[in-house]
Structures are given as structure tokens and as C-alpha cells.
Design a protein around this ligand. Structure first.
Ligand code: ASP
Ligand code: MG
Length: 436
């Protein structure tokens, strides 16, 4: 069995939903994981935020807007009136639910129910379209098998058992459609796998059923060796190892949700990135193997803030870094890069929602400096921090770029550099020219 995931643009219009049939209707048994139609989750986030701000009438207007969009999609998608009618009846239920939430009594619980509607609607529409076209398929409700445990991690035992049961009930069926992103919390309430989480759903499902492979269908032909939005002349990378792919997914161009690599890596299941617009292109194959050779790709992450703590107390002290990290931990702020000297620590964060409070607390330890508007540029490849000459090649390419931090040797697959965002483009162009 294969698992195929299609993102928001792949189901983004009636036309795209129709076109999907060519990719999913064949003899291979498969589970198809769908995102919400593009733009929907953003609209749902907006609706929830209006309700939270007690702006009931604005929320109602936003719901109406979204409802019209779906009415148009349904009108275009189905040829037979009875299917169009069934779709509008089902959509009606989703929108009545959205309208039922009161700004007066609004909590995260309601918000999560709202956020789950996008995937529930896209899968319903797609599955009904398959039925109209005479294709046998089963809609598997993700809410009946996808669950998180006490630590907010996928409850693999539960997922495996529930999926086994669900699939066994339809042993004659080859095509299953299910929702990405939505899941239940440990307590059984509607929850989600965070923005962009449909990739993660596909990879969890793949690992749970021991799939032959997992395919992530998106609108680019795989990972590129550099960011095509920043530099000209990039090419797609045909093979990546799981480790290289996780580094790139975190830094890269939102091609793959970073959490998505771990489940398939552990289960040793190949992960493909494929392009819906160009289905015959090879894409990127992510597996335990990699091509030999060193540097594979350059990627960048913007909106990074660097924090430096300088203190004489750090000299020959132990426990100093732990105390600093604890401040970030208290404010649930992940740290990305870190570099140290004998008397100072520099680190980077991208979530600055608690930065002021963090800086206040850090002042207890020494002088604090904050630089915002920074970019992490990361060079990814196979064992690059152990290959002779790689550092020399990177730094000679960047001869004219001021570098604020360097992280080398943290993993064998990544060298990260922090630069002011103003130098991002020239840095990436220079690396593109000198490394590939
Ligand atoms: N629909 C969700 C989002 O927009 C999940 C996904 O598309 O992966 O974040
Ligand atoms: Mg995505």
C-alpha cells in the first residue's frame, strides 16, 4: 500500500480536484491524504481570531465569504444534480457548525473544531467526486484513528491498531481518502498537527501501516539545491538521505513539514516529493541512501533574532549555559543556532513573542545584545562537516559577506551561518556559484 499526500494547491479548485483523478485512480492500493483547499485554513484561522476578539458579525461575514467560495467549487465540480445537491447538503452542515460558535463563549476547544473544517470539506468533496465518476473509494475519518499522546506526540500504537481495523472493514477497496492535519488530542478532543501538518499525517500513516512508500505531492519538482525564489539557476535534487532532508525541511522553502521525516526514517520507508503540475518529473527521493559527494543544497530561514549574553561569570563556570537555556525554556521558545566563546554565548530564535521578558531575565547573567532581521543560511550535504575543503569552499564563496555566527560540526549534514538579512541574496548567489 502507498500513501499519497496532496497539498492545498493540488485540491485548490474544482479543476484541480478533477485533475487529481489521473494521479490517484490506478491499480495501486493507496491511502490519499488531503490538505484543505488552499487559503481555507488561513480563512478559518481568521474566523477563529475574530470570534476570540468578540467580533461576531465580522466572523459571520467571513464565514459567508468562505461558504460562497465552496458553493462555487461544488457547482463547478459535479456534473450530476444529485451529487451537487448532496455536496451542498454536506457543506451546509460544516458551515452551520461554523456559524454556531458564539464569540461570548470561545475557547481553544472551539478554535480547533473550526480549524479542522478545511480538511473535512476537501476530503468530502473529493470523495464525492470520485463516487460521481464511478470510482470506488472509502472516506477514512482521520478523527477515528489519528491521535496524540500525553506528550503531544502521535500515539503510534493507537494509530496502527485503529487503521488496521478501519482498513480491514474495507478489504475489497483499493482507494482510501483521509484528512491530513486533523487529529484528536490525548483527551479525545478535536485537535491538529499544527500548520502544514498534513505532510506529517501522511508520514505517520505510512509508518503505521508499513507503507511501501509515502509520496508528498506539491507544486514544485522536489527539493532544489538553492531557493528558486532568491537565486536564478537552481535544479531539483534527485536523492537525499533522511538526515539531509530533515535539515533542509527545517530551513528550506516550506516544501516539506520538518516533522514529517522522522516517522518514515524510523520505519525505513522511502519518501518522495512529487510535482502535481509535472507528474512525470522524477522529483526527490528521500531514503536511507544518498548520493556520494558532498554539498547538496543551500537553504535559508528569515526573521531570525540573535541574542548574545556576555558575562565574566561564564569563565570556567559550569551550569551557566543551562541557566540561560532555562530562561528560553520557561517561555517555550525554541533555540535554533548556538555558538559560544569563553565569556559569551550567542544564540538564535525565530519566535520573538516573549523576547522582552526573556531579555529581562537574561540581564541577571550579563550584558545582553539583540540583533533582529537576521537570516540563517544553511549548507546541507552528506558528511560535509567531515569532508576536506568544504569549509574553505564555503568561506571563500562568502569572502565579501559579514558573518555574525557560524555553526559547524553540530551535525554531519549541516553548516549554518547567520547573516544580516540584507546579505541573504548576495550570500546565496555566491554560494550557488561557487559550490555547485
Ligand atoms: N491545512 C493545514 C494548513 O494549511 C495543513 C496543511 O495544509 O498541511 O496548515
Ligand atoms: Mg504544506
Amino acid at each position: 500500500m502507498k500513501v499519497l499526500k496532496f497539498g492545498g494547491t493540488s485540491v485548490g479548485s474544482a479543476e484541480r480536484m478533477k485533475a487529481l483523478l489521473k494521479l490517484i485512480v490506478n491499480d495501486d492500493p493507496k491511502i490519499v491524504v488531503l490538505s484543505a483547499m488552499s487559503g481555507t485554513t488561513n480563512s478559518l484561522v481568521e474566523i477563529a481570531s475574530l470570534l476570540r476578539q468578540k467580533k461576531q458579525s465580522e466572523a459571520t461575514a467571513a464565514i459567508k465569504n468562505l461558504e460562497e467560495k465552496y458553493a462555487n467549487v461544488a457547482a463547478e465540480l459535479y456534473a450530476k444534480p444529485e451529487y451537487a445537491k448532496e455536496a451542498s447538503g454536506l457543506l451546509r452542515a460544516n458551515f452551520d457548525l461554523l456559524r454556531s460558535f458564539s464569540a461570548e463563549r470561545f475557547s481553544v476547544k472551539e478554535e480547533r473544531v473550526i480549524l479542522s473544517q478545511g480538511e473535512l470539506m476537501s476530503t468530502m468533496l473529493q470523495n464525492l467526486y470520485l463516487k460521481e465518476q464511478g470510482v470506488q473509494s472509502v472516506l477514512l475519518p482521520a478523527l477515528s484513528f489519528m491521535r496524540k499522546d500525553l506528550h503531544d506526540e502521535p500515539d503510534m500504537y493507537f494509530i496502527r491498531e485503529m487503521l488496521k481495523r478501519e482498513l480491514a472493514q474495507h478489504s475489497d477497496c483499493k482507494l482510501f481518502i483521509t484528512q491530513g492535519y486533523v487529529c484528536r488530542s490525548f483527551a479525545g478532543e478535536v485537535d491538529n498537527l499544527k500548520r502544514g501538518g498534513s505532510d506529517y499525517s501522511a508520514s505517520i500513516i505510512g509508518a503505521a501501516i508499513g507503507a511501501e512508500e509515502v509520496q508528498i505531492w506539491t507544486d514544485i519538482d522536489g527539493f532544489h539545491n538553492n531557493d528558486p525564489r532568491v537565486v536564478k539557476k537552481t535544479h531539483s535534487i534527485s536523492h537525499l538521505s533522511f538526515d539531509e532532508a530533515s535539515e533542509l525541511a527545517y530551513f528550506g522553502a516550506k516544501i516539506l513539514h520538518p516533522a514529517c521525516v522522522a516517522p518514515v526514517q524510523e520505519a525505513k520507508i522511502p519518501l518522495w516529493i512529487k510535482n502535481t503540475m509535472e507528474p512525470t518529473a522524477f522529483g526527490t527521493l528521500i531514503s536511507a541512501e544518498t548520493e556520494s559527494g558532498d554539498i547538496k543544497a543551500v537553504a535559508a530561514k528569515d526573521n531570525i533574532t540573535a541574542v548574545k549574553i556576555k558575562s565574566g561569570r561564564m569563565l570556567l563556570a559550569y551550569g551557566f549555559i543551562r541557566q540561560i537555556f532555562e530562561v528560553f525554556e520557561d517561555y517555550k521558545t525554541p533555540i535554533d543556532m548556538i555558538t559560544t566563546s569563553e565569556v559569551a554565548v550567542s544564540l538564535t530564535i525565530d519566535d520573538t513573542s516573549n523576547l522582552d521578558k526573556i531579555v529581562d531575565k537574561l540581564k541577571r547573567f550579563g550584558a545582553v545584545e539583540v540583533d533582529s532581521g537576521m537570516t540563517i543560511i544553511c549548507v546541507v550535504g552528506n558528511k560535509i562537516s567531515e569532508s576536506n575543503g568544504v569549509a574553505a569552499r564555503i568561506f571563500s564563496a562568502l569572502a565579501n559577506i559579514p558573518i555574525r555566527m557560524i555553526s559547524f560540526g553540530g551535525s554531519r549534514y549541516n553548516v549554518s551561518l547567520l547573516v544580516d538579512s540584507a546579505y541573504k541574496k548576495p550570500a546565496m548567489e555566491a554560494l550557488n556559484e561557487k559550490l555547485f
